[in-house]
Design a protein. Sequence first.
Length: 585
Amino acid sequence: MSDLYVGSDEATELERRAVDAVVGPEDTPVVVEDERLVRGGYARRREMRHLLLPALHALQHETGWISPGGLNYVATQLQVPPAEAYGVATFYDLFRTTDPGHTKPTVHVCVDAPCSVRGSAALMGSLEQGGSQVHASPCLGQCERAPAQFVQGVGTPDFVPADADGGAPLPQAGDPSLVLLARIGVVDPTSLASYQQHGGYEALHAAIAAGSDAVVDMVAASGLSGRGGAAFPTGVKWRAVADEAGPKHVVANADESEPGTFKDRILMEQDPFAVVEAMTIAGLATGAEHGWIYIRGEYPLATQRITAAIDAARTAALLGADVAGSGHAFDIEVRRGAGAYICGEETALFNSIEGFRGEPRNKPPFPTTHGLFGQPTAINNPETLLNVLPVVLDGPERYRERGTEGSPGTKLFCLSGSVAKPGLYEFAFGTTLGEALARAGGVSGGELQAVLMGGAAGSFVGPNQLDLPLTLEDSRAGGTTLGSGVIMAFDVTVPMTPVVTRLAEFFRDESCGQCVPCRVGTVRQHEVLTHIGNKPLPADRVALIDDMAVAMADASICGLGHTAANAVQSAIALGLLPTVEGGAQ
C-alpha cells in the first residue's frame, strides 16, 4: 500500500457495513457550528480519527482479519493516511492483516507464569488436537482461574469460557472489613436500581452538595494515591486539572495488562456502576465534561457491563447535559484496546484513543496540561477511582483510619500462582506479606520459594521477607514495589529459569520499539537468558544484564524500559537463577 494514496483494493459490502456502523455512511450530514463555520463530509471526518481503533475492531470482528480493501475504506472514510492506518492495524496483537484462510475463532491461551504453572501448555495441546486455532498469549487478566482462555470470534461476540459460571465468588465474601469489594456478590451488576438500593449514587449527590473544590480538597486530604503502580497523589493530579481552563477529560485506565493483575476486571464486571459513579465525581470535581474508559480488548464481559452501566446512567440522567440536576455536563465513552501492554502507559493510551500507534510520549508536558487530544486530563485506574466514593461519603479522616500514615486506606491485591485460594483480596495497608499469603490459604504444592511482587515490572522477594508490611513506604525500603497489587507465589517445585526467561520474553515482545534502549535492551536481555538456557549464568553475563538495565532505566522514554530488568535482576540476586564465576562458555 502506498504511503500517500489509497490502493486499488476495494472493501466488500460486509466490510463497508461494519465500518459504517462505527463511523457513519459517506453522506454524513453537515454540522453547523455557528453562522460562520459549517463542517461536513471529509472536513468533518478528519476530526473523527479517534474512531480508527473501533473501526479496525469492526473489520476484525466481521471477517477475522483487516483486508487491504477494508483498510482502504477505513482510511478513506476517516481521511487517515493509508500508511498510518496500516501502522495502527499492525501495532496490536488482536488484529490480523494477513488472510488466515478460515473463519474459525482464535483461542488465546495465556502462557505467563500463573497459567504456565497450572497447565497452559497442556491446554494448548488439547485445543490444537481438537482443531482449534490457538494463539499463545501474554497474561489475559484471569490469573485467579488459570489456565486462562479468551476466544476471539468471527462474526460472533468474543467471550471468555470461564465467564460462563458468572464469575468465581470473592474469597473474602461476607467480610465486614471490606470497603472497595463490599458490594460484589451483593449488588446485581446489571441493575442500576440494585446499585442504588445498596447506597449507589449517594456519593455523587454528596459531591454535588459539597462542590467541586471541596471534593478535590477531600481527595487530597485523604492521602489517596494511584493504585496502578506509580502511586502519584490523586488530589494533586485532580487539583492541577481543575485549575486548567478549556475542554478537559477524565480517563479510566482499564487496560490492565500487567501479568498477574486482574483487580480492575473484577471491579468492572461485578461493580460497574461504582466505576461510572466515581468517574462522574471526578468529572464534576475537575470541571471535565468528557469521560473515557479505555478497557483492554480481552475483557468482553467487563466491556459489556460497563457499557450497559453507562447507558443506564445516561437514561436516568446521571450522565449527560445535566448530571443529577447539578447543572454540570459529563458523559462517558468506551474505547476497547486491542492487545498492547504498552497502552497501559498513560500517554500511549492517549495516542491509542486518538487513532495513532500506542507509543508513549515524552514528558513534560504532563497529562494534567497536555493529555488526551492535547487537553488537560485526569487519568486514574478503576481501583483508584473507587476509593473516591468512601472518601466523599465518610470524609478523609474516616478514610485515613485504615492503613498507615504514609499509605492510608485499603489496597486490592491479586494473589495467584502457588496459593491454595487464588483470587482478589482487599487488605488495609500495613498487612504483612505473610498474612496476605495466609489469607489465601497458604502456599500450595510445597515450601515457598519466592514471591513476585508487583507483576512483571516488579521484583522477586524471598521467604525471609514474609514480615514485609504491604505499604508504599515499606516496599520501597525493602527494595521492591507493590505495583498494581500482584502477589504471585512460587513453591519449591516450580523451576524458576523458565519463569524468569518468560518475563524477559514478555518485555521483548511488548516493547513498542520507539526508543533504542528499550527496543535493543529487552531483546538482548532475553537473548542472554535463552543462550544460557538452564546452565548457570557466568559473571560476565550478569554484568551485561546489569549494564543493559542501567541503560534502559536511564534512557528509555517510559516505564516499560525503566522496569524491564527488575524481575530478572532480583531473581539473580535471590539465587533463583544460578550463577558461576568466570565468563561465558
